[in-house]
Write a protein that binds this ligand. Structure first.
Ligand SMILES: Cc1cc2nc3c(=O)[nH]c(=O)nc-3n(C[C@H](O)[C@H](O)[C@H](O)COP(=O)(O)OP(=O)(O)OC[C@H]3O[C@@H](n4cnc5c(N)ncnc54)[C@H](O)[C@@H]3O)c2cc1C
Length: 308
């Protein structure tokens, strides 16, 4: 790494040269040790930092294989229950500042109803990368930063940052190559583009962090320090976002807050009020999604290997 330019990287004994690198290695160490990026710690606004997780086997698949994730409050965090085709993924995201790992494990296994299980543990420290894009490289996904599993923003953020920020920047670099401008002018133009994209990305991450924080602040639970501390978090960006929801140009942001929170009866200091979204009764005879998936799998069996 020289003057914010990565010239080549060594992978598995091979030296790779490229014009532009995107680091999506899932590991925060690449940022800290190789790329020397300092994260902004979000641990003062999002309090969970550790997760226990394990797969469960189905005992009654037709009942348990629901097409949504359940996020259930626990004493010092929350538990997810995510059915996939072959198993049920479940985990407990908790705050290590509020409960020991042993106690969290006991709570988690009691909630599952099987104390013989041995969950795995991951520590994820909520953090933001304040500068995703650099002169000829960017970091993406977990390598770039992580908020927390609630609302599952990981893949959404990665895909939108890649498509709407990194790819346009690469196209700008490409266009510039064909333009006969002085080098200094090209560099200042690219610098301007990078700063613009970095600021948009940083705002996007803040927005998601505020949305997640909102779930805690509007939770009806306050029986432990974890829930009380989460409700007491003070973050100016959050307060401004909530107070100015009706000023967002796009309905997406407003809908995210209003629909999810209005279902809990939360009120907002904004002009706009939305009713919680109501599930419509299906207009056509409906089938259990397990039957639909099984049909698709059967059909896939007739496809040539590779497409199945
Ligand atoms: C508890 C928990 C729950 C989560 N739940 C969700 C969720 O519900 N929804 C969601 O969207 N996100 C979730 N996430 C975030 C999720 O993990 C990421 O969205 C997603 O896995 C990020 O992908 P990634 O490519 O950044 O990292 P990873 O999935 O870690 O992939 C990185 C890959 O890079 C490879 N690699 C590393 N170094 C090298 C190298 N030198 N050369 C070649 N390859 C290399 C690794 O082997 C790995 O395969 C969760 C995270 C945690 C911690």
């Amino acid at each position: 790494l020289r003057d914010d330019v990565v010239e080549r990287i060594d992978i598995g004994g091979k030296s790779v040269k490229a014009d532009y690198f995107i680091f999506a290695t899932g590991d925060k160490r690449i940022n800290q040790t190789f790329l020397k990026i300092a994260y902004e710690d979000f641990g003062d606004r999002l309090l969970t930092d550790t997760a226990l997780f394990l797969p469960l086997q189905y005992t009654d698949k037709r009942k348990q294989f629901h097409p949504y994730t359940v996020a259930r409050t626990m004493r010092h965090g929350w538990r997810w229950i995510t059915p996939t085709f072959s198993r049920i993924g479940t985990g407990y995201a908790f705050s290590s500042r509020h409960v020991s790992q042993d106690e969290a494990t006991r709570d988690f296994l009691n909630d599952i109803g099987d104390t013989s299980l041995e969950p795995r543990v991951v520590d994820f420290k909520p953090r933001k990368n304040p500068q995703t894009m650099h002169k000829n490289w960017a970091t993406l996904g977990m390598a770039s930063g992580f908020l927390e599993p609630l609302d599952a923003p990981g893949l959404t953020l990665s895909v939108s940052i890649l498509r709407q920020r990194i790819v346009p920047y690469l196209m700008t670099i490409h266009q510039q190559k064909t333009q006969k401008l002085p080098v200094t002018q090209k560099e200042s133009w690219l610098g301007f583009e990078r700063a613009k994209y970095n600021s948009v990305i940083s705002n996007l991450v803040d927005f998601w962090a505020a949305f997640i924080l909102c779930q805690y602040k509007t939770s009806q639970r306050s029986d432990t320090d974890f829930w009380r501390d989460h409700k007491a978090v003070e973050w100016r960006y959050y307060e401004d976002t909530v107070a100015n929801l009706d000023k967002y140009d796009s309905m997406v942001e407003q809908t995210m807050f209003h629909h999810t929170m209005s279902a809990k009866g939360a009120t907002w200091p904004t002009r706009q009020t939305l009713e919680p979204m109501k599930m419509q009764e299906p207009k056509f005879p409906s089938r259990h999604h397990l039957d639909i998936i099984e049909d698709l799998r059967k059909q896939a069996g007739f496809m040539p290997v590779g497409l199945a």
